[in-house]
Design a protein around this ligand. Structure first.
Ligand SMILES: [Zn+2]
Length: 245
């Protein structure tokens, strides 16, 4: 169930049987020479909507721009400062809480969002819960699609080498499954990108000139993307249901 495709009466009716909602959170940032700039939003949204459809869970619109300042050396990347991101996420959640939502599951697609999402979750409960009795208290959960055990295991099996940490074959495969007509090809040199750290956007671009970190996205294909989506949907449904009790 997508919030955006419901009427207010349908949301009223949903709230009588569940106070839970999934909020997909993404990012708009470079994903190497073959990855879509919307990769993190596309994957979080696709998996959340699929889980929502299978298990009758309400899914909010995807939050499309994350904390991605380190990608700003690459054209098309967009970023919110952490405090802006936290404030916006908090206000999304507080709006939902006003209608009676009490279990807000932030389903994340971008590693750079995690610290800020956890901070936002803390601020949300601090803002909403005073005055509510224990049973009626709001809870938030932050989880990223690659963190479920079954997804992690599948990534290791599919990509024993060249998974890396940015513009990974797993995330590229998911977008290839979502948009098979948009599969990109480019020369990848070296085939597996270097691994390492960076301090800021300039350093990132200098150390990882094509945007990838440790990855070989040429390993991606849409068939594996479908497997990853199925695994993440299963992981999300189990974890969400445990969360909402
Ligand atoms: Zn990504």
């Amino acid at each position: 169930m997508q919030l955006a495709l419901c009427t207010w009466q349908e949301i009223d009716a949903y709230l009588t049987r569940s106070q839970g909602i999934i909020v997909p959170v993404g990012s708009t940032e470079q994903h190497g020479p073959t990855g879509l700039i919307g990769t993190d939003t596309i994957s979080a949204e696709l998996i959340a909507q699929r889980a929502g459809m299978v298990a009758g869970i309400l899914v909010a619109p995807a939050f499309p721009v994350g904390v991605a300042a380190h990608h700003m050396g690459f054209a098309g990347s967009m970023s919110l400062r952490p405090e802006t991101f936290i404030a916006a996420i908090r206000e999304w959640a507080v709006s939902l809480a006003q209608h009676g939502f009490r279990r807000i599951y932030f389903f994340n697609g971008h590693g750079g969002n995690i610290v800020s999402l956890n901070k936002a979750a803390l601020e949300i409960t601090e803002e909403v819960n005073p005055g509510l009795d224990g049973n009626d208290a709001l809870q938030c959960r932050v989880q990223s699609w690659w963190q479920y055990e079954n997804v992690h295991a599948l990534c290791q099996k599919l990509y024993p080498e060249g998974h890396g940490s940015h513009a990974t074959p797993s995330e590229v495969a998911i977008t290839q499954y979502a948009y098979p007509e948009l599969i990109k090809s480019a020369a990848l040199e070296p085939r597996i990108a270097p691994n390492g750290r960076f301090t800021n956007a300039i350093d990132y671009r200098a150390s990882f000139p094509d945007g990838r970190i440790g990855s070989d996205p040429a390993l991606a294909n849409p068939v594996d993307g479908e497997k990853l989506v199925s695994a993440a949907v299963a992981g999300l449904i189990v974890d969400y249901q445990r969360f909402v009790g």
